[in-house]
Design a protein around this ligand. Structure first.
Ligand code: ASP
Length: 587
């Protein structure tokens, strides 16, 4: 059983919800309240009105002369009776009954809505839906999504409380936080020229709660990041944020898994098995991405050693050669599509893409003649290829080979994110540093600068920093990153070494993070934590591909709110009071 069926909630105005009336209620006189959905004239001075509330609709037979129109708010008292033979609607949960002998009370008249308040609104321009979100929310789909969201939140809260976590709220006006996204700044009126930031996450505060002896903290936390919006990203989003003391990675993963699987079970009615784990290195090797989608095959196959002494110039000396096999793909991909795949591979940074169509006599491919018989046989066997399959090969630096094939794999095989089965996976042992800061030439933190390096790699911090793994982990569901976390550094000496590797001097560290790190001197326990993106988890569990569908009042992709018209130009008086001056937009 899932937790999202609306529960009966009589009030002094109603005895039942519209959507809960069944044959068992026949013979009862009931009162229901809601909005007029459809009205159909029914001869003999009668009309059918569908009355709708958050639980569904019920058909009411009323006198034709009662003036009720679309979206009027009504209270109807009537007798529940079986629908006459031939008028039963099995698609509707209330489709066997109707309300007769209706007494209708108009609680509020309504203007005609700008779009139909039913499934037809799915095709209405999103801006119009968001402009009138309060009407859009009356629809069954949106009501269900909000209930899914509430059930996910409730299950997570229960799961965390059961495990001894204590909910603590942290401030919204904060100094800069270290997630690395662009921040929203809030000017201080009392100190013109100074700013608070809105929290990218409660990171610093939750770690200080550990210094404060809280032991197990959680919060349903609102986080704000000024980044370009996408299907899985809004300026403001909700996280299950958590942190715990005296733990190793296993403890954190177990605690988060339990709460997340509780939420999954609340919606699906089934308990998922324990969440599997994969190292970052394996995820890249096998799926070409750090958020692998395990719902489908097309795994990357390692072929570097096959071409160890190849004469084929494009492959000779490549750091890594890998391939994916598209079963029965040979006939699906004509020349045009193969050219498109090649262009895509190049635009992703590969020097090229080699394709081989597997036939009974070998490979049909422009490069077949450059492969030796041994190489061709080894490729065929390593890839378990059959006649009619299509093989795609990339030879490049290891990272490029993985990433390009990983993207092609998703392009070719990935189902919409919400589609079952739900496949959770923990990706562990992320690199401590990723890429190099263009301005400083120093490595950049993979997670954030307080992440614990892997104990086996600490001696490489100075000699080979890019090879250092960390105790940082992500939770991934159906190819979406649900969240990240890490075990934190709690010893100052190690923290200093990591800052050094990042090119952060003692002075800069003191300036930026002193308020955060100095308290550690009073005794920081070993600790670690995690944050789960609740909008993403809810969207997938609600069967949606876009988090906007599970947020009551989201911003559009361009960051606008068409309902309130925000953002709007600031009032000059308020701007002056804050000691600010607005410059014309940069050209
Ligand atoms: N603050 C991190 C984030 O928002 C999560 C964590 O490290 O606990 O990604």
């Amino acid at each position: 059983m899932s937790d999202i069926t609306p529960s009966s909630s009589p009030t002094s105005m109603r005895t039942h919800l519209c959507g809960e009336l069944r044959s068992e209620n026949v013979g009862q006189t009931v009162s229901v309240c809601g909005w007029v959905g459809r009205r159909r004239e029914h001869g003999e001075h009668l009309a059918f009105v569908d009355l709708r509330d958050h639980s569904g609709i019920v058909q009411c037979v009323i006198n034709e002369d009662v003036d009720v129109r679309s979206e009027y708010v009504l209270r109807i008292t009537g007798l529940v009776r079986e629908r006459p033979e031939g008028t039963v609607n099995d698609k509707l949960p209330t489709g066997r009954v109707e309300l007769g002998e209706c007494e209708v009370e108009v609680l509020r008249k309504a203007d005609p809505p700008p779009f139909p308040i039913d499934a037809r609104a799915d095709d209405v321009d999103e801006n119009i839906r968001l402009q009138h979100r309060y009407l859009d929310l009356r629809r069954e789909r949106m009501q269900k999504n909000l209930r899914v969201r509430s059930a996910v939140n409730a299950a997570i809260r229960r799961g965390m409380e059961r495990q001894g976590f204590v909910e603590v709220e942290t401030p919204m006006l904060v100094p800069s936080t270290p997630e690395g996204a662009r921040e929203f700044l809030v000017p201080s009126r009392k100190e013109p020229g100074s700013f608070y930031a809105l929290p990218q996450s409660p990171q610093l505060f939750k770690q200080l709660l550990m210094v404060g002896g809280v032991d197990r903290y959680y919060q349903m936390a609102r986080c704000l990041r000024d980044e370009d919006l996408r299907a899985d990203r809004q300026y403001e989003f909700m996280q299950l944020d958590m942190e715990m003391s005296f733990v190793t990675q296993d403890d954190v993963l177990d605690a988060v898994s339990e709460a997340v699987l509780d939420a999954d079970e609340a919606i699906t009615g089934e308990r998922q098995p324990a969440i599997e784990r994969i190292t970052w290195r394996d995820a890249m090797d096998r799926f070409g991405i750090d958020k692998p989608d395990l719902r489908f095959g097309l795994e990357l196959v390692e072929l570097t050693s096959v071409f160890a002494s190849t004469e084929f110039k494009a492959f000779a000396g490549a750091g890594a050669i890998k391939g994916i096999r598209v079963p029965d793909g040979a006939s699906d991909y004509g020349r045009n599509q193969l050219d498109k795949l090649t262009d895509r591979a190049k635009s992703l940074g590969a020097k090229g893409l080699v394709w081989l169509k597997v036939t009974a006599d070998g490979f049909d491919s422009p490069v077949a003649k450059f492969l030796s018989a041994d190489e061709a046989a080894a490729v065929r066997s390593a890839m378990s290829a059959d006649d009619g399959d299509l093989i795609l090969l990339v030879a490049d630096e290891w990272m490029t080979t993985c990433e390009v094939l990983g993207t092609l794999r998703n392009d070719i095989g990935r189902p919409p994110v919400h589609q079952g089965p739900y496949r959770y996976v923990w990706v562990i042992e992320f690199p401590l540093f990723v890429g190099v800061d263009k301005e400083t030439g120093q490595p950049k933190s993979g997670h954030h600068p307080f992440t614990m390096p892997h104990p086996d790699d600490i001696d490489k911090l100075d000699s080979d920093p890019m090879a250092v793994r960390s105790i940082a982990y992500d939770l991934v569901l159906n190819g979406w990153e649900l969240g990240s976390g890490s075990i934190r550094i709690h010893e100052p000496e190690l923290q200093r070494r990591v800052f050094q590797a990042l090119g952060i001097s003692d002075d800069e560290a003191e300036r930026k993070f002193g308020f955060f790190l100095n308290p550690f001197e009073y005794g920081a326990p070993p600790h670690g934590g995690f944050a789960v993106g609740l909008d993403r988890l809810t969207a997938i569990l609600a069967g949606e591909d876009n988090i906007r569908e599970v947020i009551a009042f989201p911003k559009t992709q361009s960051g606008q709110d068409p309902m309130t018209n925000s953002p709007i130009p600031g009032d000059p008086k308020s701007i002056a009071e804050l000691g600010l001056k607005v410059l014309p937009p940069a050209t």
